[in-house]
Design a protein around this ligand. Sequence first.
Ligand SMILES: Nc1ncnc2c1ncn2[C@@H]1O[C@H](COP(=O)(O)OP(=O)(O)OP(=O)(O)O)[C@@H](O)[C@H]1O
Ligand SMILES: [Mg+2]
Length: 396
Amino acid sequence: MSPTPSVLPINPGGTLPPDQVLSRDAVIARYWEALSVQSIALLAPRRVGKTSIGRKMVAEPPPTFIARLRDLEGMQRASEFVKALYGDVEELLPGSTKFERRARGLMEKLTGSVEVTGFKLQIAEQDWRDLLDAVLHDLDHHAASQDRLIVLFWDEFTWFLKDMDGTGCGREAMVLLDRLRAARQKYSKVRMVLTGSIGLDEVIRGLRRQGYGNDPINDVRKLTVPLFTAAEALDAARGLLTGNVLPAGAELEGLAAHVARIAEGHPYLIQHVAQVLKTERQATTDAADRALEALLDDSSDPLDLSHYVERIGFYFGEGERVAVLALLDAIATAPSGLSMDELAAAAIEIDRERLLYALQALRRDLYLDRVDGRHRFRLEFLRRYWLLERALVEAG
Ligand SMILES: Nc1ncnc2c1ncn2[C@@H]1O[C@H](COP(=O)(O)OP(=O)(O)OP(=O)(O)O)[C@@H](O)[C@H]1O
Ligand SMILES: [Mg+2]
């Protein structure tokens, strides 16, 4: 591991080297503990830091784990996924004759030839199932022989499933989910980490509408990647401001605490505000407030918040999309939130059962909080963005 640089680079949106992934040690320790027992899903809206956590975990696993990460964004076929998996573990099992023999045999069966040098894998679209099982079987063996667990991180797994579904491969997604579930039952040394910025349950619900009857992830522990706690946010803000916005040694506690507070523990926001302060050579709390205001108002959406508006359509379907947006609009205009009675009176075209379901889903997913029976936006910056984006005016 490279030594921590004395001044941390500010990096809003780039790939963070493991030593620049701040304030995630406690969360990562919890995830390793969870993985010692079962596979997990790490779910959270965009930009909360899922990939950074995954990369850091894979770069620095405890000695009892072997870990690999694969970004599935852009993939649309199960065969592509299995080929990528094969590529990842081929390097993990150098000289594993059994594995290689089997894979070569499969390839010969599937393509009629074996390219001995370079061993490039080509599999027919339907025959990925055999290879998937062969790979996971041999990985399980390999991990058992070392008395370790093998952890396969599949980043944006939920988008991958949704893309498969969206391109007419819903049935293939169902088979893949079933195969992965069967492998988790069969291979006790294999763990999977399924990450996603859209919910796994929602994607599976989409497959159910096409007749899928299984519950392929009921053995996977679903965890929501949290925002930073206040103390973690303060540490991260301090780390990024030191040397970038104020010279090392200068008093920056007040500014760091302010940045951590207005970013509400959101790592990506802390990075962005720190970057503006650095660029503008400003080191005051007022400048931090102005920076956040400008970021929220910027039509290029540097904070990627349009995602929160767009995913409503995916979560609730065309029929309910408009009603749920109206529900969020009503809540956004009321900074102290709305009670059930007030929501019922808000003339939103949604019956009580669907309203309750929508509120629960929105609470689960970082949009809303319920405090003393009143629903309100969980994140004040998201509420402010919502008001701007949806051309709303705060009530009273
Ligand atoms: N632990 C952290 N320390 C410092 N910065 C962070 C941390 N986590 C996230 N960030 C900031 O947020 C950005 C996005 O992080 P990351 O790509 O990990 O999020 P994500 O949840 O995977 O997002 P997406 O859903 O869009 O893939 C990073 O480039 C970085 O600027
Ligand atoms: Mg990511």
